[in-house]
Design a protein around this ligand. Structure first.
Ligand SMILES: C[S@@+](CC[C@H](N)C(=O)[O-])C[C@H]1O[C@@H](n2cnc3c(N)ncnc32)[C@H](O)[C@@H]1O
Length: 224
């Protein structure tokens, strides 16, 4: 789960917005750390002028869903927020929606990290919608992007492994064809972001804009 300071930092990366309605996607939402940080920023009056926020959260774990529902319910007591929590597998649900009109203006994610076997159902579903990747985190990011409106803003914390190597080349190409990298945050320490969870992989936070054109990204060499 994303620690609160990291979630707050992620929410702070979205640019200010004058949209009336924010449609926020939180795939693999856990207990809602990221949606809450987003709502906290909105409630704090820090650059979000939305009149309402509609959250769509996906979470396959029933216990986490209960907490998520209670947490979002507590926000609805003082903010014009509505939400839908789906128990569906996000990979399957998002692939089914890939031909539907794009709906989301914002997405915030800390997706699951797990290898996708080459003959698994997930791999086949992803291939059918033009996504070739070897790990769930990249599949979540690619699918989230494919559900976003042009100009939509996405912030994700994901392993740094996608930045180079041939396995992630199709994912990098998918990303850069559809979006612009606006910001990349590298952690100073390999294990600090998730120190309570013993997560040792190197994570980065990316902010991307759907349909945007990439310029330079803080001097970071992105291996296409
Ligand atoms: C790394 S955790 C992050 C949770 C939360 N986003 C956060 O930042 O605290 C990933 C979450 O994705 C959920 N998850 C894993 N596979 C999923 C799937 N196929 N569809 C939807 N949720 C999934 C897990 O149960 C877990 O809660």
């Amino acid at each position: 789960m994303t620690p609160a300071p990291v979630a707050r930092f992620m929410a702070s990366l979205f640019p200010p917005s004058t949209l009336e309605t924010c449609a926020l996607l939180d795939p693999g939402a856990g207990v809602g750390a990221l949606s809450c940080a987003f709502l906290d920023r909105w409630a704090g009056g820090n650059g979000f002028g939305f009149r309402k926020v509609e959250i769509e959260a996906y979470e396959i774990d029933a216990t986490l869903r209960e907490h998520l529902s209670a947490t979002l319910g507590s926000y609805a007591e003082h903010l014009p927020v509505s939400w839908r929590i789906s128990s569906d597998d996000f990979i399957e649900a998002a692939a089914l929606q890939s031909m539907a009109p794009r709906r989301f203006t914002h997405a915030i994610l800390n997706p699951p990290y797990k290898k996708i076997n080459s003959l698994s159902a997930h791999r086949l579903i992803l291939r059918q919608v033009g996504i070739e990747t070897v790990n769930l985190y990249a599949a979540f990011a690619a699918l989230a992007l494919s559900l976003m409106k042009t100009g939509g803003q996405m912030v994700a914390i994901i392993p740094r492994s996608f930045c180079n190597g041939p396995y992630y080349r199709p994912f990098r190409e998918f990303l850069l064809r559809r979006a612009a990298l606006r910001h990349m945050h590298l952690f100073a320490s390999r294990n600090k972001a998730f120190k309570d969870d013993d997560v040792l992989q190197e994570n980065i936070i990316i902010h991307i804009e759907c349909g945007g054109r990439s310029g330079t990204c803080d001097g970071f060499a992105f291996n296409r």
